[in-house]
Design a protein around this ligand. Sequence first.
Ligand SMILES: C[S@@+](CC[C@H](N)C(=O)[O-])C[C@H]1O[C@@H](n2cnc3c(N)ncnc32)[C@H](O)[C@@H]1O
Length: 296
Amino acid sequence: MSEAVYGYPPHRLAAAAGPQLSPLTPGSQAIEALPPESLSQLTVLAPPGVQERRYVLAAALRALAPGGTLTALAPKTAGGARLKAELEAFGCAVQECFKAHHRICVAARPDQPEGVDEALAAGGPRQLPDGLWSQPGVFSWDRLDPGTALLLKTLPPLSGKGADLGSGLGILAPALLVSPKVTALTLIDIDRRAVEAARRNVTDPRAQILWADVRSVPLADLDFVVMNPPFHEAGKADASLGAAFIDKASAALRKGGTCWLVANRQLPYEKVLAPRFAAVTLKAQTGLYKVYEARR
Ligand SMILES: C[S@@+](CC[C@H](N)C(=O)[O-])C[C@H]1O[C@@H](n2cnc3c(N)ncnc32)[C@H](O)[C@@H]1O
């Protein structure tokens, strides 16, 4: 019997130990792939989305042995307020406490948890009506992000070797790979679920799809980079992550190579782009988004 942890709960709120199970940690084990009834303790920083959270709680209950301890916590305004009722719906007797704006629930895994298979099915990978593979919890999992849509509309046919940084479900790749002049495309995302979906969505042999943190992947001599960079890290708004993506793009491009980027209008990416590229051109804008072409 062993312990494991899903996500990164603040240390002062929960003492967590054992291997990491979060899909946002490259190389971690998948919580849904753990042998049933194999753990004695599991600590879960529960995600904010309802379907995603119920999926994770269900997978946690399946992985725990009867009587094993589940500690689940979440900020009160990001799912915490519903945690206790959700665990009770699985048949758990729950002890709840409040600390530092979090709800912390501790429950012993019942002999026969209820509704586990249903929650796993409701939050698992699925094919959307348009054929795209996706999963609740992945970025914009059931609708095309308007920023991505603007980038798709604006991108010209590209050529040579390229990368999609933060590739999500692989929505940009088919538009890029329509061009026969594209010889190779590397898709990189930190979310295992997105990567698994992208591997189903993008089967062109010119594409390779990596589960990794963009900041740690060696890339060089590329002809183009495309991206709709993240502006959240661990649930918090953080423009510095987008800036790190731009840094990576500039280091990965050959001289004269281009970076195509879409961003929220209010994010100050011009200041990040200007010193790293020879020319930066605004190519499209809406009330909310702007698309830049930045040439090295
Ligand atoms: C705004 S979404 C764009 C997704 C996709 N390109 C699209 O347009 O639909 C940003 C993506 O970056 C991923 N991401 C966030 N941090 C990352 C990191 N450090 N390394 C790689 N991918 C990351 C997220 O998982 C998310 O899929």
